[in-house]
Design a protein around this ligand. Structure first.
Ligand code: ADP
Ligand code: MG
Length: 256
């Protein structure tokens, strides 16, 4: 059984950081194999994980669409086979996890047929992993375009501000309207100052979302960032890692 965890939220709230820490937790606890999916076009999950991507699914799709128009597809292979081969090439295999980067969203052309093939392919691929962690763009529409699988746990990340919390709530509501099959969604407030201000706790409660936790503003994360080091190198005892571990232990009870 594959458990799918997605991380959503406005840009700059800490989605990629949380995704990387979740992946670190899964690896440290031997909950492997893990597929990391970078589904944010502005993202750099590869850097956070300390690996480098060579190509994205988006660039493959564009190349394929061009080849179809110019009738340059290799003979004797179905489009599905070609895509499958290319996706395999785009997959970065690290010892502990695999990473697939989705790249830019669709351009002006219509890639419907290719998108449908991709969706089938990615859905099938996920089955080979125990956990799939998706670092997602703010909106839910990307997610629904890219996978038909349900998400078991959706973390919506907010910065520690009232406006941020309102955005998080809207993102959650949007997911509901799109009838995304989400097992459970949770609010995560990132970069919080401790002790957490009561008013912030009250505002978080007002969203009506399940609160997974408040991740402290962690100087260790800032230091890794400044030194160009991957987030997965964060010390196990650092406040953010301790919080994420506690959050996941609670949420994954019964799964692992
Ligand atoms: N808990 C935290 N403590 C300190 N800095 C953080 C924390 N979470 C995120 N950051 C920093 O905030 C910035 C944005 O985080 P990032 O995870 O890239 O956000 P997003 O993926 O939502 O755009 C980065 O510079 C990151 O190092
Ligand atoms: Mg990001």
């Amino acid at each position: 059984m594959t458990t799918v965890i997605a991380v959503s939220g406005k840009g700059g709230t800490g989605k990629t950081t949380l995704s990387a820490l979740i992946i670190k937790y899964l690896i440290d606890n031997n909950l492997k194999p893990v597929l990391a999916v970078d589904a944010d076009s502005n993202s750099n999950l590869d850097m956070a994980l300390g690996v480098e991507i060579t190509s994205t699914v988006g660039s493959l799709r564009e190349g394929m669409s061009r080849d179809i128009q110019q009738q340059k597809l290799p003979a004797g292979m179905s489009k599905q086979d070609i895509l499958e081969m290319q996706v395999e090439q785009a997959l970065v295999e690290s010892g502990d996890f695999d990473l697939l980067s989705m790249g830019r969203g669709e351009g002006p052309g219509c890639y419907c047929a290719i998108n449908n093939m991709l969706r089938v392919l990615l859905d099938g691929m996920q089955e080979h992993y125990r956990f799939v962690v998706i670092d997602n763009e703010a909106g839910m529409e990307h997610l629904s375009r890219r996978t038909t699988r349900s998400v078991d746990h959706m973390f919506i990340v907010s910065d520690p501000s009232r406006r941020g919390l309102e955005t998080a709530k809207r993102i959650d509501e949007l997911g509901g309207e799109m009838e995304l099959e989400t097992g459970r969604s949770y609010l995560v407030v990132s970069r919080a100052k401790f002790p957490v201000d009561e008013k912030l706790v009250a505002a978080a409660e007002e969203t009506g979302l399940n609160i997974a936790g408040f991740i402290p503003d962690d100087p260790g994360i800032a230091e890794l960032d400044l030194n160009g080091r991957p987030i997965v190198e964060l010390d196990d005892r650092s406040p953010a890692m301790v919080t994420v571990r506690g959050m996941l232990e609670e949420i994954l009870q019964g799964v692992v």
